[in-house]
Ligand binder design. Structure first.
Ligand SMILES: [Zn+2]
Ligand SMILES: [Zn+2]
Length: 214
């Protein structure tokens, strides 16, 4: 799959925009970026999509997706204040969830992980996550597989083609019924003349599969 529609002009090729900031504006912007980086601020996520930023100078509420902050700097000048910048940095650094995410827990290790705000189902942290194409091994049989899909369906909610819940199989007894189901194909069933989509895939509770290097 190639993306040919968005190849028009690279940002570097764009002619200077008429609303380019003046050197004075740039100095002010730099100063704000500098403060956003260095000043002691605490960023916390609110239960809605907003954030609280605590500073020595006061406590403000930032709506990152609306580009809004309750501080005087933002209210008076409409500037992209240091609080907005700090929240954006914290999201990029992964210390707080993005507006569309909330804090959840990995189904395998319980470690904090960010999940979609309205997420039902089951999720994995970066350490236990799989990607389609990952080479894995089945802990029960030692057989090698290739991951084809990672679902958010719990093993006690996902039904196989046989109509049975993944968690109901004896071989899955030792693995968490709350874990997300990972679909995979047996490596031995992959041949040069067969597409992975033509090969039967099987469903496993996530921790039954283990990464094999790669
Ligand atoms: Zn602000
Ligand atoms: Zn984990």
């Amino acid at each position: 799959m190639t993306h040919t529609r968005n190849t028009a002009a690279s940002p570097a090729a764009e002619s200077p925009r008429r609303d380019s900031p003046s050197p004075t504006d740039l100095a002010a912007l730099d100063a704000r970026s500098e403060r956003a980086l260095t000043e002691a601020m605490t960023v916390r996520r609110l239960p809605d999509r907003r954030y609280v930023v605590e500073t020595d100078g006061g406590t403000y509420v930032v709506a990152l997706d609306a580009g809004d902050c309750t501080c005087p700097d933002h209210a008076i000048r409409g500037a992209r204040c240091k609080h907005l910048r700090r929240v954006a940095m914290a999201v990029t650094a992964g210390t707080v969830p993005a507006p569309g995410e909330r804090v959840g827990a990995c189904a395998v290790c319980g470690r904090e992980t960010f999940v979609p705000v309205d997420a039902a189902g089951s999720y994995l942290c970066d350490r236990h996550a799989f990607e389609p194409g990952d080479a894995v091994a089945d802990r029960e049989t030692g057989k090698r597989l290739v991951v084809t899909a990672v679902t958010t369906d719990r093993a006690d909610a996902y039904r196989t083609d046989e109509g049975r819940l993944v968690a109901a199989y004896d071989a899955n007894e030792a693995y968490g019924a709350h874990e997300p189901v990972v679909e995979a194909v047996y490596a031995e069933s992959l041949r040069p003349d067969r597409l992975p989509s033509d090969v039967d895939s099987y469903a496993f509770p996530a921790s039954r599969l283990t990464a094999r290097g790669n």
